[in-house]
Design a protein around this ligand. Structure first.
Ligand code: COA
Length: 159
């Protein structure tokens, strides 16, 4: 498994992840316009952090993962988020991808921790955080997407 920087050619991956099944814990599928905005953000190299495509050993693209800055209460952390296409789930790919993102975020040397905020009902992502070595700080309200409040777990990994 390796991570490659998000490219113009990867828009199909956003579309493939924009299903009811894949967005069940993320507020549902996004509009075509929102997906285009997302593509623009993922390509923007001026933003701190990086969005990557997860490429598996046979060269196939299996999903996405990234890290970006999240500021609240006067503090800035790295935040991460991920999606693995259904055909590739259950093979440890997300666990390996998180380890790579943690290495990249640590190498930036700017923030001491990497956070993830899966919905409390997202069993797979919560299991993944635990397996990847994150510490559960507890549940809290989180606005995602904008205007949609959900109860999320705040998981933190010391870098
Ligand atoms: C969450 C997601 C990325 C997991 O990817 P994955 O590559 O299948 O995860 P892994 O194979 O690395 O599994 C990690 C752990 O999670 C557990 N897990 C995976 N799916 C699970 C499920 N449905 N219920 C409970 N645990 C689950 C696995 O058992 C594994 O632990 P184990 O190996 O000790 O048993 C994938 O299901 C996904 O993309 N879901 C939709 C998008 C999404 O919810 N994104 C996250 C928003 S925060």
């Amino acid at each position: 498994m390796r991570l490659t920087r998000w490219s113009e050619d990867d828009f199909w991956l956003l579309e493939a992840c924009n299903t009811e099944e894949m967005t069940a814990f993320l507020g549902g599928p996004e509009s075509a316009e929102k997906l285009k905005d997302r593509q623009r953000r993922y390509l923007d190299v001026s933003m701190p952090g990086r969005m990557s495509v997860i490429v598996v050993d046979d060269g196939e693209k299996a999903g996405s993962i990234g890290y970006w800055e999240h500021t609240e209460g006067g503090e800035t952390f790295w935040e991460t988020g991920w999606a693995i296409l259904p055909a590739y789930q259950g093979r440890g790919i997300a666990t390996a991808a998180i380890a790579e993102v943690a290495k990249a975020a640590a190498a930036e040397g700017t923030h001491p921790s990497l956070h993830a905020y899966p919905g409390v009902d997202n069993a797979a992502s919560n299991a993944l955080c635990r397996k990847a070595g994150f510490t559960l700080l507890g549940p809290r309200q989180f606005e995602y997407p904008k205007g949609h409040w959900m109860t999320c777990n705040d998981w933190s990994l010391d870098l």
